[in-house]
Write a protein that binds this ligand. Sequence first.
Ligand code: 3PY
Ligand code: MG
Length: 264
Amino acid sequence: MNINNKIRKALLNCEITIGSWIQTGPYPAIAEILANAGYDWLGIDCEHSDIDVEGFTTLARAMHGRGAVPFARVRENDTLAIRQMLDAGAQGIIVPLVNTAAEAKKAVAAAKYPPQGIRGFCFSRMNNYGMNFDDYAAKANDNTAVVVMIESKQAVENIDSILEVEGVDGVFIGPYDMSGSYGLTGQTDHPVIKEACCSIVDACAQHGKAAGLHLVYPTPEAIAKTINDGFTFIALGVDSVFLNQASHTALESARQTVAGINKK
Ligand code: 3PY
Ligand code: MG
């Protein structure tokens, strides 16, 4: 295997990588800002946003040459959705709501060319519109990362069989869907959810596969805990959350200062 994709290599070696998440839309400045910040990878969310294939392509172009590897969180576990994102420039896919080994196999098959899978061959952005067809076709399976999302009680129950699927490079926990599936919507710190997350990390360690977590609110304490717990594929924040928090904090501090001046 000759792997050039630094994030797939890190996933297979269970080495820590730090990514972030784009959800606001297909705005190239956001991709440039986050890539320039130095994140190892960026998850472009095509499940919970209006980012379509064209939007993904725009963001992947903005990231090009800036070091951050583009991952697509595809809109669903769908063969065409996965194929189109890979053709557009995704070097990894993050597949939501994978609950069974059969669903994990379907995701891997969509992402890999025959004989390993059923990805269709064609000229696309990824092979420089056909100019690098042979080279890309020969190396793509080794260089395409497949991460499946574990975000339901059913997936937690099936974690061993999901991790046994060849071609699953790692898993990524969606804490919000996970909490919802246990009837604890939004309570991502609830002991039941924490226990589920621990059982996933343990299973990953047993199967030698990478465990990932989306830290939507990446406080220093949460980051330290995530790393100490054994997660290696870590997404920090969401572009919208960064903007929300920084804008609210700045305004709040200005309002307090003005109130202090007016009191005098
Ligand atoms: C979730 O929390 O369900 C997510 O999908 C976050 O990425
Ligand atoms: Mg989710």
